[in-house]
Write a protein that binds this ligand. Structure first.
Ligand code: IVH
Length: 665
């Protein structure tokens, strides 16, 4: 391929990839498989590497981010990024409407849309290309976060169509969906990292990360809601936004026009109730005057436009009486104080209990028995106590005393430096901790043994099981003799236990419940070491050499196998015939089916031996030398020059370790 052919092909690939990004990230209707998509990307990348001067700023390959570590620069906004004044009642909206009517004499319309709870962003486009993304900052100046924003796949880097203005800015909100947030926190928890409090914190933390390659791995998304510029195609807010959708922007559908306040109020009431069913957070409704000339007539105050206002939903709150406190012991021994409340209706459910979090929170609230307390339901499922009505406090009350020994087993509690929670250290003798471990062991994603929590509790109380290993020596008679157990349910349970011996090694490893070894880490450990024996005898250095295993996880794994209780458990499981080794013979994936890959150079996170194993496990073939039959060269640091020349001659795509790993995802 000569240079001008390459240029043509690069353009074709860029267009195709952006088209598929739009199908996938904006419309949620992909037309091709992830693998086909990866192939397009890697072809583009290979060509751009071959002709670096043909790589454009906005090439889709740039969306994977760079590893440069740098501070953000700041820039003055062309149009200040103002905030909106908030209202909390229909009366306040009526007042706003009156103020608008005083200034505008003609008829006018409002638009109402959702107020997304994320991080505001201003995107500038020139000639249809994204050139800058700036955060709100102090409203006058913001941080330039273009590289990070480029990794957000729902933001178009190049616009579709042709009727967009030569220069304009579009503003919106970057956010994370509930599901994206949940998955991110789960991965962080598994890795032993701190978890984010809510999707908004996770979003703003992500956007400020220094490495855009890490931002690229986070599930960020962006809704657009405001256009600014000299030559916008229409004179109204709604028409321009609708048009922007055609240029490739993710403009949400939750927007309506109103000329009547009562209808506007029903839109607000509808969403106040319906917001609980949305897959992302909103905290109110934004009301705007639709026509630009009328917006101009109304103008701005120092802080906010006079043509728009936000209505904030109330955090759902109730007041009730605090009756008593229970201290619950979790699976890991952590203690959670839980308040018992006089039952009260809150956001559609009856609330009887609320979390008090920990000793510090109790101290902070200075909550006392019989106090009248405020209960709120925020984004979280478990309601929390946010305050105490001190005026209603009965006389002679005294502060709550935090327990110093475990309510379940009497062991003295410990509180580690820097941690908010107290712990019961009696890991193998404290009933809820023992039962919790067994429940984790049998859970669906672990050994998938069909027994309810009540059954585990019953078998434990009857002395039939003291750890998960005892499940495998249960007899049919023992189970059938249990309260409420009939012949059928007893054989179901026994069968389900017997079937579990076929569960693959990586899930057995997860089922053991080693601290910080969640599903992902268990999978990585299993693929790296292949057997429990090898994990058990691995040194610290060997453990941290496995992917995703850091210091904290390695220490926890070593500690687990040192403990005599765990050794005993493993002996029982081993003699029951559980899978303590990976099944080598069959490939575990088909992502590389039929592909021949040559490895050359050295790599950052895997040895060549490991990469070879991964190729084979995913159905591919690892060849030693390059030929016309080679599909990819997986290249690391210091690829030999003759190999390099050969792949170029044959037009074989060169992929990096990171790209290779992405193909397996
Ligand atoms: S319009 C000058 N529309 O709320 C008006 N803002 O307090 C420009 N926000 O900084 C903003 N959803 O971060 C607008 N549909 C929406 C919005 C929205 C969320 C945020 C935005 C803004 C803040 C204003």
């Amino acid at each position: 391929m000569n240079r001008s052919e390459a240029q043509k092909r690069i353009r074709q690939l860029q267009e195709a990839i952006e088209h598929h990004n739009h199908r996938y990230y904006v419309m949620s209707e992909p037309e091709i498989s992830d693998f086909e998509y990866d192939l397009l990307m890697s072809e583009l990348d290979t060509l751009e590497k071959k002709y670096p001067d043909l790589q454009e700023e906005n090439s889709p390959t740039r969306r994977i981010g760079s590893d440069l570590n740098r501070e953000f620069t700041q820039i003055e906004h062309i149009y200040p990024m103002l905030s909106l004044s908030n209202t909390y009642s229909e009366d306040e909206i009526r007042d706003f409407d009156q103020r608008v009517r005083k200034i505008i004499e003609d008829d006018f319309e409002y638009t109402a849309e959702l107020k997304y709870d994320g991080v505001a962003i201003g995107l500038t486009y020139e000639e249809g290309r994204l050139i800058r993304a700036v955060t709100r900052g102090d409203g006058v100046r913001g941080d330039v976060v273009t590289d990070n924003v480029r990794t957000i796949k729902s933001i178009p880097l190049k616009l579709h169509g042709s009727n967009y203005p030569a220069v304009f800015e579009i503003r919106g909100e970057i956010f994370m969906s509930h599901e994206g947030f949940r998955q991110l926190n789960e991965t962080r928890k598994e890795a032993g990292d701190d978890i984010f409090a809510n999707p908004r914190n996770a979003t703003s933390g992500t956007l400020k990360m220094q490495k855009s390659s890490l931002v690229a791995k986070r599930p960020l998304n962006c809704f657009l809601y405001h256009m600014l510029g000299e030559d916008l195609p229409y004179n109204t807010h709604l028409e321009n936004l609708t048009e922007a959708r055609k240029w490739g922007f993710k403009v949400p559908e939750y927007i309506s026009k109103f000329s009547n306040l009562e209808e506007l109020f029903s839109f607000i009431r509808y969403w106040d109730d319906e917001r609980k069913n949305l897959p992302f957070d909103i905290d109110g409704i934004v009301i705007k005057v639709n026509r630009y000339e009328q917006q101009e007539e109304l103008g701005f105050t120092a802080k906010s436009p006079r043509w728009a206002i936000s209505y904030k939903f109330k955090a759902e709150q109730a007041i009730t009486r605090f009756l008593s406190v229970d201290f619950q012991v979790g699976r890991t021994g952590s203690i959670t104080p839980v308040a018992n409340l006089e039952p009260i209706q809150l956001a559609g459910t009856i609330v009887k209990r609320a979390s008090l979090h920990n000793a510090d929170q109790i101290k902070l609230l200075d909550i006392r028995i019989d106090d009248r307390v405020y209960v709120e339901k925020g984004g979280e499922i478990i309601p929390k106590i946010t305050g105490v009505d001190l005026d209603a406090r009965p006389e002679g009350s005294s502060s709550l005393v935090y327990i110093d020994s475990c309510p379940e087993c009497g062991t003295r509690l410990v509180r580690k430096d820097g941690e908010a929670n107290h712990y019961c250290p009696n890991e193998y003798g404290c009933p809820p901790q023992i039962k919790g471990k067994i429940e984790h062991f049998i859970s669906r994603r672990a050994m998938d043994i069909g027994a309810a929590e009540a059954t585990v509790d019953l078998m434990f109380r009857e002395g039939l099981i003291g750890d998960a290993g005892d499940l495998y020596s249960l007899t049919w008679e023992e189970v059938e003799g249990l309260e409420r157990f009939a012949e059928k349910s007893a054989s179901n349970l026994i069968n389900s236990i017997q079937e579990s011996v076929e569960i693959p090694f990586e899930r057995v490893l997860y089922a053991l419940g080693i601290r910080y070894v969640g599903e992902t880490v268990a999978r990585k450990l299993a693929r790296h070491f292949h057997s429990l024996e090898r994990i058990k005898s691995a040194t610290f250095e060997e453990l941290v050499a496995a992917e995703e295993v850091g210091k904290k996880i390695a220490e926890s794994v070593m500690l687990f196998f040192k403990d005599p209780n765990n050794r005993k458990l493993i002996e029982k499981l081993e003699s029951a015939g559980l899978q303590f080794q990976s099944a080598h013979s069959t490939p575990q994936g088909t992502k590389l089916d039929g592909l021949t890959i040559v490895i050359s150079g050295s790599f950052e996170t895997h040895s060549r031996e490991e990469l070879k194993k991964m190729i084979e496990e995913n159905g591919g073939k690892n060849a030693g030398s390059i030929s016309a039959r080679t599909d990819y060269l997986l290249g690391g640091e210091g690829i030999g020059p003759s190999k390099m020349q050969k792949v170029q001659e044959l037009g074989i795509p060169l992929i990096s370790e990171e790209e290779f790993l992405r193909m397996l995802e």
